[in-house]
Design a protein around this ligand. Structure first.
Ligand code: NAD
Ligand code: WQD
Length: 332
């Protein structure tokens, strides 16, 4: 089976490429390298000892995208490509709408034209907005609080309409919670350009002295220690969730929605303490005001994915921290 990964050299895409290759799939990647590095291709090939086919194309270029489908018999697509920084999306909303929506519309147009009918889409827990209770189930109402989140919400709606009009399509909307961690080889991980916005990459840079200290945004939330609680999931578990979703699509289920999380919430202080155990206490922190737009608690019910996909996360918090630290030390 030949799987097309859009955005396949990015953080989650690269880990999924490794899992797919290890499981015997062939992988074709389209990525414009706007937030990734061509060196990731060699690293994926080194880890798996297999080749991938790579196109440095932008998904907004419809003709280029058709070339990919012309040259390869694609069996299914996993659509990771997109811009993902919440703060930047507030400053540049049109770039986010243009990149994320146009890319997706082009992709499904070409899939239809070439008769490729199975699609996995990278959605996000952000589509739950401020959920009324925890854990979050897939049938909770959706909303968005920023342009990035709205692109995910709009794409979900577009894909639902598209599947209704084209019932031969099978689409899995995977709502990721907070992906963290890195490949055990130390070759692949999250390496954001500039100062990280997300907690784990920030902690990682403090642990190697690239940043001075972590600011913990808020210690007066209604949580056990006052700091924000999230459902952190190891990126390799997340990657394996995509293989489970692909198998599900083989059963012609139409459009399906799954949370990919662990069901366990950790606070910011839990994360710092666990990380400090791995790195020998190098992460210093101070408390700072709440970050605008943040919620106090967010964690998934992963039950539906377990029941229907037979998938659940297996990596521990220690795995998440150790692999992150290992990757950070290797990639200075
Ligand atoms: P990433 O930025 O590392 O990977 C995205 C990849 O897409 C990058 O390699 C980038 O170069 C590429 N890309 C962007 N626009 C493109 C375009 N127009 N044409 C071709 N390539 C393009 O991000 P990631 O963390 O791997 O996330 C993958 C997907 O998962 C994204 O859609 C993201 O919104 C979603 N997601 C991520 C998280 C997270 O916290 N990392 C959480 C929930 C959902
Ligand atoms: C986690 C916790 C912060 C940085 C974001 C997006 C979401 C999804 C995942 C894509 C919070 C605290 C953080 C720091 C801190 N992405 N924090 N100091 O906000 O849960 O989710 O990424 O879909 O859409 O919104 O993740 O890692 O930014 O924050 O104290 O320097 O860490 O306040 O409690 P978040 P995060």
């Amino acid at each position: 089976m030949n799987i097309l990964l859009t955005g396949g050299l990015g953080y989650i895409g690269s880990h999924t490429a490794v899992e797919l290759l290890d499981a015997g799939f062939d992988v074709v990647v389209v990525d414009n390298l706007s937030n990734s590095d061509i060196k990731v291709k060699d690293k994926i090939e080194k880890i798996t000892n297999k080749k991938i086919k790579f196109y440095e194309y932008d998904l907004r270029d419809l003709e280029k995208l058709k070339l990919v489908f012309n040259e390869n018999k694609i069996d299914a697509v996993i659509h990771f490509a997109g811009l993902k920084a919440v703060g930047e999306s507030v400053e540049k909303p049109l770039e986010y709408y243009e990149n994320n929506l146009f890319s997706t519309i082009n992709l499904i147009k070409v899939m239809k034209e070439y008769g490729v009918k199975n699609l996995v889409f990278s959605s996000s827990a952000t589509v739950y907005g401020r959920a009324k209770s925890m854990p979050i189930y897939e049938d909770f109402p959706t909303s968005a609080t920023n342009p990035y989140g709205r692109t995910k919400l709009f794409i979900e709606e577009i894909l639902k309409d598209f599947e209704l009009a084209n019932p031969e399509f099978n689409i899995a909307l995977l709502r990721y919670f907070n992906p963290v961690g890195a490949h055990k080889s130390g070759l692949l991980g999250e390496d954001p350009k500039g100062i990280p916005n997300n907690l784990m990459p920030y902690i990682a840079r403090v642990s190697v002295g690239k940043l001075k200290e972590l600011s913990i945004f808020g210690n007066d939330y209604n949580t056990k220690d006052g700091t924000g609680v999230r459902d952190y999931i190891h990126v390799v578990d997340l990657a394996q969730g995509h293989l489970a979703a692909l198998r599900k699509l083989e059963q012609n289920p139409g459009l399906v929605i799954y949370n990919l999380g662990t069901g366990v919430g950790y606070s910011v202080l839990d994360m710092v303490n666990a990380y400090n155990k791995c790195c020998g206490g190098k992460v210093k922190y101070k408390f700072a005001p709440r970050r605008p737009g943040d919620i106090d608690v967010c964690y998934a019910s992963p039950e539906k994915a377990y029941k229907e996909l037979g998938w659940k996360a297996t990596h521990s918090l220690e795995d998440m921290c150790e692999s992150t630290y290992n990757f950070q030390k290797n990639n200075q």
